[in-house]
Design a protein. Structure first.
Length: 593
């Protein structure tokens, strides 16, 4: 802990830290709801996953089975199964049911989509504040809130309309860090185990972080035999929590040996890992070298067992075809390493995690001769792991920024106060401001504002405009004047179409929908005759296009002589009849005959 003398009158700030953190969260929630009221009013679910999440909630409230996660309005009449669970549906559905009697169903949905993403932010702030007050100083916890608000991509996961699961998983990650640093070993282990199990129940995106948390707890036991209680409760809650999550939330489709969700595959791994770690905690030999050997043997046994029993999961967990990976999954931007992105994209994402890593490293070095060393070493390992994950996929950015908060808080607590009491007025005024901009990572965004590095080209601006306009409620609303039917459209437009209209679509960007995704791609890049045959096979009677949408540019570039490129260049086909839409709409519709 970094010591700093404070007036005794501030003792209340430490004593009521939890209450004040939740009060700060309430103020932040009110602010963001007011700030983004327009987006809430227009149901601006900007991501396909957010739209599918709302459709899943609607199906639940309409009476669809708890374990039936098949969406029947994508690729009808059979529909397709998604690899999610109902856990994240619950707060959204609860808010809708609570608000519906007062404002009606449509407005209740809008309000629920605006409020629900901010709920996990409360847990995230509590976890970060607890970590900072334990490791930095009892009065330093407000810094955790401030620096979380300075994050870029991490904070976006909690914004109104971002109703998918990422915010909840980040909240569990925050609680995981707090559990790792909890002075009460048994409680800390239980927090980490439950948080990991909840995160895995939601989805496997945070599986690497759950594994890292388990490794840190095990290494702590290797270093300190008195950490056996922490290891034991972690093992029990991880195995038990995963089993409970599977029993309560695993869909019918997730009860087979799939590799992309908490199926029998990963449930077996978590139960086996919990059992082995519990044995280690119970045996707990006195010699550190022996504890290390046992930990390595346990880890090796789990890895070997996984490879032998579930060899199909050693490759791509999505288990998609080579063609689908080559034409779609392997090209998803968020799944690419940070160094393959434009500087304007990667620089702001990496700035805060790098500063957090520096801060955690400095704090660990300063704590090298104190009992806080183990806790700071845990944070440093987690922060370093998160930064390394950016070199795998840029989608690790939100987690890396959240895990940077303890480190930057320590750096700020160490560097900023001396500036405030410096004899020079210039240092007192400019020093803290410049220091905060540097430590918080805000310098990255400011640098990009002052330079022309990687500024969007007119072409990119045109694509971004189409991406934004075609998915709006005013653009989609006129489609409801047409009879409900199956619409053949872009993969990325399908989830938004079924959310805002009464129509069905063919595909959405989900790997279990792989055959339908390939059909859409083949139709737009193949010959007109092939396109018509695919559309007819899916029962589509309407073709809906958004010219210049990002997906459309891929079809034109991939197949300049294909169906979509020819249609976009003005060629007409006798089996397509233009459907009149308001002239100011960005969408184009054709009846398929």
């Amino acid at each position: 802990m970094i010591k700093r003398d404070v007036p005794s009158s501030l003792a209340q700030l430490d004593r009521h830290w939890l209450r004040l953190t939740l009060l700060a969260w309430l103020v932040i929630t009110i602010w963001f709801v007011a700030q983004r009221w327009s987006a809430i009013h227009w149901l601006s679910l900007g991501d396909t996953d957010d739209n599918m999440r709302l459709m899943q909630v609607r199906a639940l409230l309409a009476g669809q089975g708890w374990y039936d996660l098949r969406n029947y309005r994508l690729d009808p009449p059979v529909g397709f199964n998604i690899h999610w669970t109902r856990l994240v549906d619950l707060p959204i559905a609860g808010l809708i049911l609570l608000l519906r009697p007062f404002v009606g169903n449509a407005e209740a949905e809008r309000l629920a989509c605006g409020i629900a993403p901010l709920l996990p932010l409360s847990l995230a702030l509590v976890g970060l504040a607890a970590t900072v007050r334990r490791l930095v100083a009892p009065l330093a916890w407000p810094l955790a809130i401030v620096f979380m608000l300075c994050s870029t991509v991490a904070l976006l996961m909690f914004m109104p309309e971002r109703i998918d699961h990422h915010g909840w998983q980040l909240a569990m990650l925050s609680l995981t860090v707090a559990g790792l640093c909890d002075p009460k070993g048994a409680r800390g282990g239980a927090i980490v185990g439950v948080a990991s199990a909840v995160s895995l129940t939601i989805g496997l995106e945070m599986l690497p972080y759950a594994v890292m948390a388990g490794a840190i707890i095990t290494l702590r036991w290797v270093w300190q035999p008195e950490a056996r209680d922490r290891l034991a409760t972690y093992a029990l809650t991880l195995a038990g929590g995963s089993a409970a999550g599977y029993a309560a939330f695993a869909s019918y489709a997730n009860r087979v040996a799939r590799c992309d969700a908490l199926t029998p595959v990963w449930l077996s791994v978590m139960v086996a890992a919990g059992a082995m770690l519990l044995v280690l905690a119970l045996v707990s030999p006195q010699r550190r070298e022996l504890r290390l050997v046992l930990a390595l043997v346990a880890g090796g046994a789990i890895a070997a067992g996984f490879a032998l029993v579930f060899p199909q999961c050693l490759g791509r967990p999505e288990q998609v075809s080579d063609e689908l990976y080559r034409n779609w999954l392997g090209n998803i931007r968020e799944a690419k390493p940070i160094y393959k992105h434009a500087f304007r994209t990667g620089f702001p994402v990496a700035a805060l995690p790098v500063m957090g890593l520096i801060g955690a490293g400095l704090a660990t070095w300063r704590a090298r001769r104190t009992p806080a060393l183990v806790n700071w070493a845990s944070v440093l390992l987690f922060a370093a792991f998160a930064v390394a994950m950016l070199l795998w996929q840029i989608r690790a950015g939100p987690a890396a920024q959240l895990l940077a908060v303890p480190g930057v808080s320590a750096l700020a607590w160490l560097l900023l106060p001396p500036m405030l009491t410096h004899r020079s007025i210039f240092v007192r005024v400019l020093g803290p401001a410049l220091g905060f901009v540097l430590i918080s990572g805000l310098f990255a965004g400011l640098t990009l504002q002052w330079t022309s590095i990687d500024k969007p080209t007119p072409y990119i601006n045109r694509v971004n405009k189409a991406n934004g306009r075609c998915v709006t409620m005013p653009a989609m609303a006129p489609l409801n004047r047409l009879p409900a039917q199956t619409v053949f459209t872009f993969v990325d437009l399908g989830p938004r179409l079924i959310t805002l209209t009464h129509h069905s679509a063919i595909a959405g960007p989900y790997h279990r929908n792989g055959d339908a995704i390939l059909d859409v791609q083949h139709a737009f890049t193949g010959s007109p005759e092939q396109a018509r045959a695919i559309m007819k096979r899916h029962g589509a009677t309407l073709l809906l296009l958004c010219p210049n949408m990002a997906e459309s540019t891929i079809y034109r570039a991939r197949a300049p002589g294909g169906f979509y490129a020819r249609l976009a260049n003005g060629e007409r086909f006798p089996w397509l009849v233009s459907v009149p839409l308001p002239a100011d709409l960005p969408l184009r519709a054709f009846r398929i005959e």
